[in-house]
Design a protein around this ligand. Structure first.
Ligand code: PGA
Length: 248
């Protein structure tokens, strides 16, 4: 696992976007999964800018959802579909037929989750997973205690995840209790993983992920076992790492 510390959120966002752009230019029909949440918004802005400038063509990529709240309709503003439409998919030339979604599964959520693994395999596997990290060390909705072997499934969200996500809705009661998520094992099968973490609020968990024991108690530590994982931090998120990180 490589750790790269950048000056600020803007640098982190453009570095992440350039990794995606570079891959799409090298392999136009690449298979990706991209995250939701607050952290990647700057990356999406940079991707949309690059698309508008004609630097990148998303028409042949295949996109898989990383995670989503369960049992929500597409139209629900809390859905992953709404998020990705607003920040990325609705603003670039993604082919809707190549967006293989976990959303909209309704009551058949568990069944949909099992089929997802087959769809990823049929697409040739993930070339790149861009992910975030929760304050409790979760990756996608793999909460502490999730097996490193776990696959796409229906999960109950941790209390701390619900509290963190309450900032995106008008009241904490509106945060759904369940999610559908790629498993840790699903992400670990990706040929490349890029994790983004920004801000002082993530500094403690980033230090545990990079320097603490590799353990299912902190699902993000799985990245240390991956051959091509890159963690991109801004200076605030890197603040609690021991030693002087090299600023790139
Ligand atoms: P955030 O979420 O980007 O909103 O902090 C990250 C996550 O929970 O994985």
């Amino acid at each position: 696992m490589e750790v790269r510390v950048l000056k600020d959120y803007a640098s982190l966002s453009s570095a992440a976007a350039e990794i995606v752009i570079d891959l799409v230019r090298r392999k136009p029909d690449c298979v990706l999964t991209l995250p939701s949440g607050g952290t990647p918004i700057g990356m999406y802005e940079a991707l949309v800018r690059a698309y508008d400038e004609g630097r990148v063509d998303f028409s042949k990529i295949t996109l898989f959802d990383l995670d989503t709240y369960a049992f929500l309709s597409d139209a629900d503003p809390r859905s992953n579909y709404s998020y990705l439409m607003k920040h990325f998919a609705g603003k670039v030339n993604l082919d809707p037929a190549r967006w293989l979604r976990l959303d909209g599964a309704g009551e058949r959520a568990a069944e949909r989750a099992a089929g997802y693994e087959r769809e990823i395999a049929l697409a040739g596997g993930l070339d790149l997973a861009v992910i975030g990290i929760g304050h409790n060390g979760h990756i996608a909705y793999n909460e502490p205690g999730s097996s490193f072997e776990s696959r796409t499934r229906l999960v109950e969200l941790a209390g701390s995840t619900k509290s963190a996500n309450a900032r995106f809705v008008s009241s904490p009661d509106e945060v759904p209790a369940h999610g559908l998520t790629m498993g840790v094992g699903t992400m670990m099968d990706a040929r490349e993983i890029v994790m983004l973490a920004s801000g002082e609020g993530k500094a403690a968990i980033v230090a545990r992920m990079v320097e603490g024991p590799v353990s299912e108690d902190v699902p993000a530590t799985a990245l240390r076992l991956h051959q091509r994982s890159l963690v991109i931090l801004d200076q605030d998120a890197a603040r609690r790492l021991s030693g002087e990180p090299t600023l790139l």
